[in-house]
Design a protein around this ligand. Structure first.
Ligand SMILES: C[S@@+](CC[C@H](N)C(=O)[O-])C[C@H]1O[C@@H](n2cnc3c(N)ncnc32)[C@H](O)[C@@H]1O
Length: 240
């Protein structure tokens, strides 16, 4: 990953103009404001990125990355198709996109990744354990310093996954934008995807009995994302 972090959002500015003048849609769940925030913090000149699911985010990521891989269902038979949405947006850099169509549950385990990613966005199927399954097949391929973005952390199972990552040595929590949570890969060694090692993981060590020799005394359990109760931010109590 190279280049400086931008402060303006030229891609999402252009998107806004297109969306309000040319296209009204319901395919994407990302708000333009959240994508603006992501555009602001992403470095220029990413070599490679990937996302599960597709739509509005694909428009942005195909502009920010020289090579962007989309793992998603081919839903072009639907009226509010996510694939059709990004394909028909004139801002999308179609020549930079590689599509891997099919359920991520089936396609990710057999995919041969040709390069490491500077950014991975998980926003495909949201039911448990699918985002965790996607994480499993993608985390070994994220560059040191690269970003992992989890959307919809208002969903309790995804918030719990974010809590685990927030305490994991491989990640630092960069911040929230609405219900989207962003992590950055540290230089910690890769957690062996074919091993065990639950006792090495801080989330576990902070939650075992204090009598165990693996118990971490440095802090109590954090549960940063779950505690934020993002669902209540989106759907405040007292409103219908
Ligand atoms: C919430 S939308 C993604 C929104 C997108 N990030 C955006 O900014 O517009 C979820 C996407 O995941 C796709 N999807 C749902 N289940 C899937 C599965 N099992 N495998 C692959 N993609 C799936 C849907 O077709 C849709 O494109």
């Amino acid at each position: 990953m190279t280049g400086a972090v931008r402060s303006s959002t030229p891609i999402m500015d252009a998107y806004d103009t297109w969306e309000t003048t040319a296209r009204n849609h319901n395919a994407g769940t990302f708000s333009t404001e959240v994508l603006r925030m992501i555009e602001r913090i992403l470095p220029k000149g990413m070599a490679a990125s990937a996302e599960t699911g597709c739509g509005k985010s694909t428009v942005l990521l195909s502009n920010l990355s020289e090579s962007h891989t989309v793992f998603a269902l081919d839903d072009r038979n639907l009226d509010d198709s996510s694939v059709d949405f990004y394909e028909s947006c004139p801002l999308t850099q179609l020549n930079r996109i590689e599509t891997v169509f099919g359920p991520t549950q089936i396609m990710l385990p057999k995919h041969a990744h040709m390069r490491r990613y500077d950014l991975v966005l998980l926003d495909g199927p949201h039911g448990w354990p699918f985002p965790e399954l996607e994480y499993y097949f993608l985390y070994p391929h994220i560059e040191t310093g690269g970003l992992l973005i989890l959307d919809d952390c208002n969903i309790p199972t995804i918030a719990r996954m974010a809590d685990i990552l927030a305490e994991d040595a491989m990640w630092t929590l960069e911040g929230f934008a609405s219900t989207t949570v962003i992590f950055r890969r540290t230089s910690a060694p890769l957690f062996d995807p074919t091993g065990d090692g639950w006792w090495e993981q801080r989330f576990n060590r902070r939650r075992v009995s204090p009598k165990r020799d693996i118990y971490l005394t440095d802090a109590s359990p954090l549960d940063i994302v779950s505690e934020a109760r993002l669902d209540l931010t989106v759907f405040p109590a007292g409103k219908p």
